[in-house]
Design a protein around this ligand. Structure first.
Ligand code: CS2
Length: 490
């Protein structure tokens, strides 16, 4: 039985494996991060790892809001884990040391609140996925009937949700006259800083109007654009990495070489010099965010639904089909690009070319099923914002409509061969009921799903320039399957 990766075995790793070049004992916590999934560990935690040698005051205390899995993996490893960067040319391994501690929030509410309220914590960052914001995806406002919101309003000292934890910690700091930390959303939401601020302000207002004003006036929530493809770690990854390290890492993370982080520079309590690790600071993230959400994530979701329905397991498998590559090229160039307004100097053509190569990366097994998750939360910012801009220009949306129709076909929960699909979505039960009501009729399915205003808003369901192409694409998907429909659309 090989030993475990930890402080003690770090010295025995093969020389090719990079490891922290700073004294971990000298590091103190400056950041509390909510949502310690693979993405955080392959992105922000790496940017922090790079600056700890010059500034050891920014270690990370990371919390899982639900499951103890990451704690169970990393606690015996002193928070250490391996970052594997894979491309067609091979694999580079590096041990990351910036996560000092992992807390399982439901088991240690008080502990987590204490660290968040501590004056040394100057940033609280989040990767809690779209659904973690307890918001209405179509409008970006707090969903006041969300069960976690109701729970946290009634039990503010025992929060469950990310906004609930942040507000309780801010309330404690306010009483103790400690300045608020900066709230840094690192999720794929449109204007994620503005969205989290809107959600927090409304939530605080519902507790007490004075607290609501305090949050509105005093809490800084810069927006960020985050980008790195990080598929779920597989057992095969664990095995390969164990062999290379000579010790067991229970939860390495596997990613691509590409990484990007664009951040608005509004940190009243200070921040790490992340620019020294390659992050870019700008005054307005929105154009970059649109570019990324619409080109990368919009294409990803389109590939995920159509690829899954066509029987492809990964994005790379899907992109190996020339019709899919043509479809995605057309979607990006003809339908998304005309809606983007980039600052001078941004090279969209290079960005799109790189994206196609990233999607094709044969070393990343990014499952279409994984990206297909939580579509109800993703569609609005990935495809529907683009649709609205196109309709405003009276421009065609056939490929965007095909992506939306493929989502509709997917959430019925039955694939093209009649086998069940494991649809993961906070609205899965409702989506399934809706599909059942439609009884296999594409027209009825489209009508019923389009009536979900928390996804499609009040405008799109009544706009035949949208419902027409979606209905037509869905009819084709039913009549001839995804593969042939993609070939026809491409
Ligand atoms: C993906 C993203 O799972 C998904 O929905 O589209 O996680 C994507 O890989 C990242 O946003 C890339 O930065």
């Amino acid at each position: 039985m090989p030993k475990r990766l930890n402080e003690e075995t770090l010295a025995d790793l093969p020389p090719a494996v990079e490891r922290p070049r700073y004294d971990r004992r000298a590091v103190t916590a400056g950041i509390v991060h909510l949502g310690v999934g693979a993405f955080h560990r392959a992105h922000q935690a790496v940017y922090v790892d790079e600056i700890l040698a010059e500034d050891p005051g920014w270690g990370i205390v990371a919390a899982s809001l639900r499951s103890p899995d990451t704690y169970d993996a990393l606690a015996p490893q002193d928070g250490l884990y391996t970052l594997s960067v894979r491309s067609g040319e091979g694999e580079a391994l590096r041990v990351i040391g910036s996560v000092q501690r992992v807390i399982v929030a439901p088991d240690a509410v008080e502990d987590l609140l204490r660290v968040m309220a501590d004056r040394r914590t100057r940033i609280v960052s989040l990767t809690v996925t779209e659904k973690g914001y307890c918001h209405d995806p179509a409008t970006g406002t707090l969903n006041e009937s969300h069960p976690d919101v109701r729970h946290d309003l009634q039990n503010p000292h025992l929060p469950r949700s990310a906004p609930g934890f942040i507000l309780e910690a801010l309330r404690r700091r306010r009483i103790a006259r400690v300045a608020p930390f900066t709230v840094l959303s690192c999720d794929n939401l449109p204007s994620n800083g503005r969205t989290v601020k809107r959600v927090l302000t409304r939530f605080a207002e519902l507790c007490d109007p004075t607290f609501g004003r305090f949050v509105a006036d005093e809490v800084s929530c810069p927006s960020t654009m985050v980008d790195r493809i990080v598929p779920a770690t597989s057992d095969e990854d664990r095995r390969r990495i164990r062999e290379a390290l000579g010790v067991t890492d229970a939860w390495p993370v596997v990613t691509e070489r590409f990484t990007q982080w664009i951040i608005e520079d509004r940190f009243p309590q200070g921040r790490p010099a992340w620019e020294n690790a390659g992050a870019e600071f700008v005054s307005d993230v929105e154009p970059y965010e649109h570019m990324k959400l619409r080109l990368l994530n919009g294409s990803h979701s389109t590939l995920a639904y159509l690829g899954y329905l066509s029987g492809y397991e990964t994005v790379a498998d899907t992109m190996a089909d020339p019709a899919f590559e043509r479809l995605i090229g057309g979607l990006m160039n003809d339908e998304v690009t005309p809606t983007l307004h980039m600052p001078a100097g941004a090279d969209l053509n290079a960005y799109k070319r790189a994206l196609i190569e990233r999607f094709k990366n044969p070393a990343l097994r990014h499952r279409t099923w994984q990206i297909a998750m939580d579509g109800s939360q993703k569609l609005p910012q990935r495809l529907l914002g683009t649709v609205r801009d196109r309709l405003r220009q009276n421009a065609p949306i056939s490929r965007l409509a095909l992506g939306v129709a493929a989502w509709m076909r997917y959430v019925t929960g039955i694939d093209e061969r009649g086998a069940p699909i494991d649809v993961r979505d906070p609205m899965a039960a409702r989506l399934r009921e809706t599909a059942d009501r439609a009884g296999g009729s594409p027209e009825r399915l489209a009508t019923e799903l389009l009536a979900l205003r928390e996804i499609f808003g009040d405008d799109l369901p009544g706009d035949s320039r949208f419902t027409g192409p979606v209905g037509m694409a869905l009819a084709r998907l039913y009549a001839q399957g995804a593969k042939r429909t993609v070939a026809e659309w491409a």
